[in-house]
Write a protein that binds this ligand. Structure first.
Ligand code: HEC
Length: 197
């Protein structure tokens, strides 16, 4: 009896669904193939204008293009944050006994040709800043920065930390770089820098 009812129940069930033979429409294949062709030809035909050797060291100044002599404090701020804060601090106050302050410094406000030379070649030996004597090592930036970048970072330190000296032009940096081309060592503190005046 139960067996009979079971069979009745089974015979009322729907058959299992199964996949139908429906191939992808040719139109869809054509569209996908067309897109693929276009994508490949796009990659091949698009010229790359960013030099991969620049890597992560590219600065805003590099990406903005080579505008001769242009100075922007925005670049200077970026360059300062990336290259100077470790020693001279974000506030420009330096670290007593180790790194001299840029805030209120007579070197920052002084002649722009000397300032350009400080960045180009660096300094070692005794250096007097705001009455205190330092004897550290300021690195050279002549290979790292171009004239425009040195001008931008110098203009930045001259317009910040309470300093109000005029901007430094890239032409001054270019002139000083050419004049001191043969130099391979840092300036020897007060003694040598004083002679540049
Ligand atoms: C590794 C640490 C270090 C870094 C990085 C550094 N400096 Fe210096 N800087 C010094 C030291 C040390 C002196 C003093 C040198 C001496 O005692 O002979 C100095 C001196 C100076 C001076 C002259 C003295 C003064 O305080 O005004 C200026 C201007 C200056 N640095 C600007 C910069 C700028 C701009 C940058 C970034 C592009 C920079 N420095 C990066 C360590 C550094």
């Amino acid at each position: 009896m139960t067996e009979q009812r079971d069979n009745q129940v089974r015979s009322r069930e729907y058959p299992d669904p199964h996949e139908m033979n429906k191939p992808v429409p040719p139109a869809v294949i054509a569209i996908v193939a067309g897109l693929l062709l276009w994508a490949v030809s796009y990659i091949v035909s698009t010229g790359r204008d960013d030099d991969p050797t620049l890597g992560d060291r590219r600065t805003v100044a590099t990406l903005e293009g080579k505008v001769k002599g242009a100075v922007s404090t925005a670049n200077g701020a970026d360059l300062y944050a990336a290259n100077c804060v470790a020693c001279h601090q974000a506030s420009g106050a330096g670290l007593a006994g180790a790194f001299p302050p840029l805030a209120g410094s007579e070197w920052v406000a002084g002649p722009d040709n000397i300032l350009a030379n400080i960045l180009l070649h660096g300094i070692t030996g005794r250096l007097t800043v705001r009455g205190a004597t330092y004897n550290g090592a300021m690195p050279s930036f002549k290979d790292k920065f171009d004239d425009r970048e040195i001008a931008a970072v110098l203009s930045h330190i001259r317009a910040n930390f309470g300093n109000t000296a005029p901007q430094v032009s890239a032409n001054v940096v270019q002139r000083e770089r050419a004049a001191s081309k043969a130099r391979t060592t840092p300036w020897n503190g007060d003694d040598e820098l004083a002679k540049l005046k």
